[in-house]
Write a protein that binds this ligand. Structure first.
Ligand code: PMP
Ligand code: GLN
Length: 382
């Protein structure tokens, strides 16, 4: 949680967003959409506040939302989830991840993630005093090697934490990799924590939750969030689903983190989860359009891009350029170029940063005209 000089750190998202605001740059750093989620869903939250949903919600979430989560898992993935015992609503996916890691890890246990990894993973694993092992995803495909996965997961591994679709690389993992994770979890008696917040943001393929695969459900906690699926990142409504024994452990920890949250947002998210399928596919199509504008524009400017299979993000490669230290480039871009991005090396262990030094993550969850404007400015980057 401390930066390289031992001072309390701020997240890279805060740092780059502050620079973008200061220089009035287009913020393609922090992943948040610039279009609001559906008006009728926002109205439900407004009405709920006005009609008295302002005191503590039940610790596990209101039944209406737990039922909607269960119905959603059935509708999209044919999963049967008991809304009373197999769901917990959390303060964003972040709290569900934190609760799961605190519930399942003891000091000295090993936890395996892919690298690069979402920034809260390393911070939370650090707070549990477990050992954080990684399996690297390497450019340009960002696919893990099965051999490296097998070597990383041993009888010391307690948790395998996977993020699919994957932030920051935009990778969607193949079912053969997911099967391997399940087989290794059985072999070494591990719990799988699956962060699937980008479940509806896949491009051309349907998301496959690891919990829906043979042997997956019984040892998997699946985590998602209203932030990404409905463009309400600030509402911080997330949830975890899984077998009763694992959910009970998460509920037990969660009640001492925030206890509960968002009584007015919860009925709104329940309605959102019941939106017709066209809402979900329409949103994914608008993101593909954004990804293409940005990727085509970067390529036309001579900047190689790794095209994403999902999420809000794509990766650009500035390795061949005069200024190719992405951390320095990301710090100067808001002022010099007028666009903000996130260096990939902040999503890796410091000792591995050099492998990711020339890679930048751009968010494309923005209006087409904003992305076109950004592309114009990015011509100056090389
Ligand atoms: N996991 C991943 C992979 C993310 O990108 C994010 C960021 N939105 C989160 C978890 C956190 O989600 P929430 O805002 O719902 O806490
Ligand atoms: N998940 C968002 C991203 O990766 C950021 C969330 C945050 O600011 N902590 O950009």
């Amino acid at each position: 949680l401390l930066d390289a000089s031992g001072q309390p750190g701020v997240t890279i998202f805060e740092e780059i967003t502050a620079l973008a605001n200061k220089h009035e740059a287009i913020n393609l750093g922090q992943g948040f959409p610039d279009t609001e989620g559906p008006a009728e869903i926002r109205q439900i939250a407004v009405d709920a506040i006005l009609s008295g949903a302002n005191q503590y919600a039940p610790g596990s979430g209101i039944l209406e939302l737990r039922q909607a989560i269960s119905d959603h898992q059935k509708r999209f993935y044919s999963l049967d989830i008991d809304p009373n015992n197999e769901v917990v609503v959390s303060t964003g996916a972040t709290e569900a991840i934190a609760s799961a890691l605190l519930a399942f890890l003891e000091p000295g246990d090993e936890v395996v993630t892919f690298e690069p990894f979402y920034d809260s993973y390393a911070a939370m694993i650090g707070l549990t005093n477990a050992q954080h092992k990684v399996v690297q995803l390497k450019a340009p495909n960002f696919e893990p090697s099965v051999n490296e996965l097998r070597q990383a997961i041993t009888h010391n591994t307690r948790v395998i934490l996977i993020n699919n679709p994957h932030n920051p690389t935009g990778t969607v993992f193949s079912t053969s990799i997911l099967n391997e994770v399940i087989a290794l979890a059985h072999q070494h008696d591990c719990i799988i924590v699956a962060d699937e917040v980008y479940e509806h943001l896949t491009f051309g393929t349907k998301h496959v939750p690891i919990a829906s695969m043979p042997g997956g459900f019984e040892r998997t906690i699946t985590i998602s969030s209203a932030g990404k699926s409905f463009s309400f990142t600030g509402w911080k409504v997330g949830w975890a689903t899984g077998p009763q024994n694992l959910i009970t452990a998460i509920r037990t920890v969660k009640q001492f983190l925030t206890y509960s949250s968002g009584p007015a947002f919860q009925p709104a998210v329940a309605k959102a989860l019941n939106l017709p399928e066209s809402f979900f596919t329409g949103f994914a199509s608008s993101l593909v359009q954004g990804a293409n504008i940005l990727a085509d524009g970067l390529e036309n400017a001579g900047i190689p891009v790794i095209r994403p299979k999902g999420t809000y993000f794509l990766v650009a490669d500035i390795n061949g350029f005069k200024h190719n230290d992405a951390i320095e480039v990301a710090r100067m871009m808001p002022q010099e170029v007028g666009v903000a991005a996130i260096p990939m090396s902040v999503f890796v262990h410091p000792q591995n940063a050099s492998s990711y030094q020339g890679l930048l993550r751009f968010a494309f969850c923005k209006k087409p005209e904003v992305l076109r404007d950004a592309v114009g400015k990015l011509q100056q980057l090389p």
